[in-house]
Design a protein around this ligand. Sequence first.
Ligand SMILES: [Zn+2]
Length: 323
Amino acid sequence: MLMKSVFFPILFLIVTLSLPAESKDVAKKKKEPVSSSSNYFVKKDEKNFSLVLEARRFGRGEAVFFRLTPKNKKWINESFKAFWMGKEIFLTKQGDSFISFFGISPDTAPGPMTLEIQSKILFVKRGTKQYQIILEPTKFQVIKKQSIVVDNKFVVKELPKETLDFIKECKEAKEAAFGKISGLQFSDQFRNPLESIYITSKFYVRRDYNNKIGRPHGGVDFRGKIGTPIFAIQDGTVVLARKMYYEGNFTILDHGNKIFSFYMHQDEIGVKVGDKVKKGQEIGKVGTTGMSTGPHLHLGAKIADTLIDPLSLIALSEITEPK
Ligand SMILES: [Zn+2]
């Protein structure tokens, strides 16, 4: 018994060390001894830095957290750039690390995804290094027969000019709000938007509206009675708070670095544009305004214009600076 218990850890150690340093990165499920998180991690311990990527899953529609820690603390003041699928991502200094967030588009084609880090200090010869991450297959739910009653004003083809003008104006206001760029406004985990959580419709579900296949569901629906308090899922700034045609009473929070959360169909909006809100602060009340079939909260989230499942953002556990 004694031999066995000594032998196994040694064997494990040898196997770990003999893995080639440049081995292809495959997202691995890692059991964290400290947290009960079932998230997936990619951890790379390189000569000059360590890299951690965390996601609920490395799949379509998921948020990914990024932390790069140079081994020499002085390097934190050097120039670093990172690119996700060829698009630059915002890096924010947090203690001795750079952190960032990016989204895997729900419409991403199957195959490996690339993360590139550019730094003259870390990669003296080439100035750059690429990592490949294997995309996990995801099947979004399709609900073919679901009888929901939508007010006819949302499905008729020809709408009066005032309505069309209002829809256009709503769209422009939304685009302007999502176009805001600010620095990261938070440094810890997200939270749920309601006190009691019961999900009635998942992210990217497709369903019928009066026998016409609707667009994929751009967020998550939470059950809630009219008047139930809605809480900000993270610190941020209100960039839109108004009545919209489809979204009803609608609030968009800017959390910085092009991370937004948004809250639809509210009965009442409790904040105004420009307000700074704290995570957990009440920002409105559940309702059924706009294109809605009953009282609920539709929560959405975006990172750099990529729509993601807000629950994947809420699930991230490594945002807080390690001690
Ligand atoms: Zn919804």
